[in-house]
Write a protein that binds this ligand. Structure first.
Ligand code: 13P
Ligand code: ZN
Length: 271
C-alpha cells in the first residue's frame, strides 16, 4: 500500500487550499471542497474494505452510492490543511443506503465533513447528469465578489453581464453565465437543493452575500472559474464608482463568442 499522505489527490488538496487561503477567499473555516476520486486510484493507498466509522449525511444521495470523495472538514481552517491533512481532510464513500458516509481515511480528531455536504453532493449529482466528466465542487468567500454583492443587483442577467464587461476573458471562461441565489441560511438541505437546481444551468452559483460555488472536471477548472469571476469583481469594485469612459460593448462580446466558437447566454446580452 502506498503512503496516502503522498497521494496526488491529498497533495493537490493541500496546495489548492493553501492557495485559496493566501488569496483571502477562505478566512477561518470559510469554504469547502469535495472531489470525486477514482476508486482504483484510491485503492492504491487505502484498504477500501476498511471503514473507520460511519457518519449520517442527513439526506439521500442514491446516484452517488459507492462513489468516493475527498472533502474538507467542517470547522477546519484552510490555512491549516497543509499542516494537518489527516485531521482536516477526509475520504468518504457513500454507503449502500445512500444516506450514510463511510469514512475511509482522515478526520482523525473525530471530526466530520463540511456542513455544506448537502450543497456539494446534490451539486455533484446534478452536474454529473449534465456533464459526466464533472468531479469537483468548490465553495469559497471571494472578497471582491462579496463586496459586489452589496452594491450590484443580485440578478443573474445583470450580474453576468457586468462580469462579462470587466475582462475580455470572462466571456471565454464562463459563457454560460453565473447563477444567483438570494441570501439563505447556509449548511441546510434547502440551500443544497436550491444550489443543485441552479447547477442544471450554471457551473458558477453565487450565494447572495455569502460566497460562490464553482464546479469542474478537476481542481484547476473549478478554481479557474472562481478566480476569473473574482478578477472581474475586483475590476468592477475598483472602477464602478468612477465615470466609465470605456466599455466592452455587447456586439464585441458577441464577436468574442464567435471567434472562440462559444455557446453563450444570448439572453444575458442587451441586443
Ligand atoms: P464548514 O466549516 O462546515 O465547511 O463551513 C464553512 C462555510 O463556508 C459555510 O458556508
Ligand atoms: Zn461559506
Amino acid at each position: 500500500m502506498k503512503d496516502i499522505l503522498c497521494a496526488p489527490f491529498v497533495e493537490e488538496m493541500k496546495e489548492i487550499t493553501a492557495n485559496m487561503y493566501r488569496l483571502g477567499w477562505d478566512e477561518r473555516n470559510g469554504g469547502n471542497i469535495s472531489w470525486m476520486l477514482d476508486e482504483a486510484q484510491v485503492g492504491e493507498y487505502l484498504d477500501l474494505s476498511r471503514v473507520v466509522r460511519t457518519i449520517p449525511t442527513g439526506f439521500e444521495a442514491k446516484p452517488l452510492i459507492g462513489k468516493i470523495f475527498i472533502v474538507t472538514g467542517t470547522g477546519k481552517y484552510f490555512r491549516n490543511i497543509p499542516k494537518y491533512p489527516e485531521r482536516d481532510l477526509g475520504i468518504i464513500r457513500i454507503a449502500e443506503d445512500g444516506v450514510t458516509a463511510e469514512l475511509l481515511w482522515g478526520f482523525s480528531d473525530g471530526g466530520k465533513f463540511t456542513s455544506e455536504l448537502p450543497a456539494h453532493l446534490m451539486s455533484h449529482m446534478t452536474r454529473l447528469s449534465v456533464d459526466p466528466a464533472n468531479r469537483v465542487v468548490m465553495h469559497c468567500h471571494p472578497t471582491y465578489l462579496l463586496a459586489m454583492n452589496f452594491v450590484h443587483p443580485l440578478e443573474e442577467k445583470a450580474l453576468t453581464h457586468t462580469l462579462w464587461e470587466m475582462c475580455t476573458e470572462c466571456m471565454v471562461v464562463f459563457p454560460d453565465g453565473v447563477g444567483v441565489l438570494p441570501w439563505m441560511v447556509c449548511g441546510t438541505n434547502e440551500i443544497g437543493i436550491a444550489t443543485a437546481e441552479k447547477m442544471k444551468e450554471f457551473r458558477l452559483v453565487v450565494w447572495g452575500m455569502h460566497g460562490l460555488y464553482g464546479v469542474g472536471k478537476d481542481i484547476d477548472e473549478a478554481f479557474g472559474l472562481i478566480e476569473t469571476v473574482e478578477k472581474a469583481a475586483q475590476v468592477y469594485m475598483l472602477s464602478y464608482n468612477r465615470p466609465r469612459i470605456n466599455t466592452i460593448r455587447d456586439d464585441e462580446l458577441v464577436e468574442i463568442a464567435k471567434a472562440f466558437g462559444l455557446e453563450y447566454r444570448r439572453d444575458f446580452l442587451n441586443l
